[in-house]
Design a protein around this ligand. Structure first.
Ligand code: SF4
Ligand code: SF4
Ligand SMILES: [Zn+2]
Length: 272
């Protein structure tokens, strides 16, 4: 397995995962969505809520705020030695006390931890009119997207097969396929079709170019052919804000490795 990054940023990363099966690529995608742990608000004590929102809706909105997570400094509550009671190893407390008129923002949440805090300060929670108030105390802990989407660290996590674009000797460079390509990656090079330099990975595999070529009356087979490499995948991972994308990818891969080690151990025991 080999990973080649075409972009690696905190918020969004794109990479090619090479020399793996489709099953492995899909397992990694699922691991990043549902097995990586991140903080989210789960328990909320409402002392005062005279806003237009019901307590349940207010709580739901608080739960969906992405919280910056340092997975090395905490343990998921389900695996904590406090047995789910909540302790500094697994739980971070937040308080919020706001009086209108204003819009209550995620930045109004005050964390007891220096690291675990809202990923963005400008997420609107509720609008307060004059004399309306929201006073709450909330507990956040780490869990997996498998339990609820609010713990999933990604907003986008998907892949496509690596495109392979070839043409045969029937291509006369008429350019009809260039006109229909929605990604604008094709160009006529001399008397035949070609792909613009560095543009291949943008191909969406839509095959409109093949159809355009057929419509030109070339015969039963288009001169351009769109194929897919079934051992190479192009991933896009976008973070919701809890973790940098590199942390999400690392944790996803680590999860798969641990699962594989466990399976290997279990099989060794069966074999005796
Ligand atoms: S439409 Fe067909 S023949 Fe025309 S440039 Fe494209 S591949 Fe070549
Ligand atoms: S498959 Fe679609 S995106 Fe790819 S080259 Fe053909 S028309 Fe363009
Ligand atoms: Zn604990």
């Amino acid at each position: 397995m080999k990973i080649e990054f075409s972009s690696l940023e905190e918020g969004i990363s794109k990479f090619a995962l090479n020399d793996v099966s489709l099953a492995f690529a899909n397992a990694l995608r699922r691991a990043m969505i549902s097995e990586v742990t991140a903080f989210a608000i789960e328990d909320v004590k409402i002392y005062d809520n005279t806003s237009a929102l019901f307590d349940e809706i207010l709580t739901h909105r608080l739960g969906l705020i992405p919280l910056v997570t340092d997975p090395d400094s905490f343990v998921p509550r389900s695996r904590c030695s406090c047995n789910g009671a909540g302790c500094p190893q697994c739980t971070v407390m937040f308080t919020m006390s706001v009086e209108g008129p204003c819009v209550v923002m995620s930045g109004d949440l005050i964390s007891q931890d220096a690291v675990v805090r809202p990923a963005l300060d400008n997420i609107p929670i509720v609008k307060l009119e004059k004399n309306q108030k929201v006073v709450i105390e909330a507990q956040a802990y780490m869990d997996r997207g498998m339990e609820h989407a609010k713990w999933s660290p990604v907003t986008v996590c998907g892949y496509k097969n690596y495109p392979i674009i070839v043409h045969n000797e029937k291509c006369d460079g008429c350019g009809l396929c260039v006109e229909v390509c929605p990604k604008e990656i094709l160009e006529v090079k001399g008397s035949a079709i070609g792909v613009k330099d560095g543009a291949l990975e943008s191909c969406s595999l839509c095959r409109l170019c093949e159809q355009a070529c057929l419509n030109s009356g070339i015969g039963d087979e288009p001169a351009i052919h769109i194929g897919m490499d079934d051992r190479r995948f192009l991933f896009t991972v976008e973070s919701a804000g809890a973790l940098p994308t590199v942390g999400i990818i690392r944790q996803g891969l680590l999860f798969l490795k641990n699962q594989s080690d466990e399976l290997h151990e279990a099989l060794s025991e069966i074999r005796g």
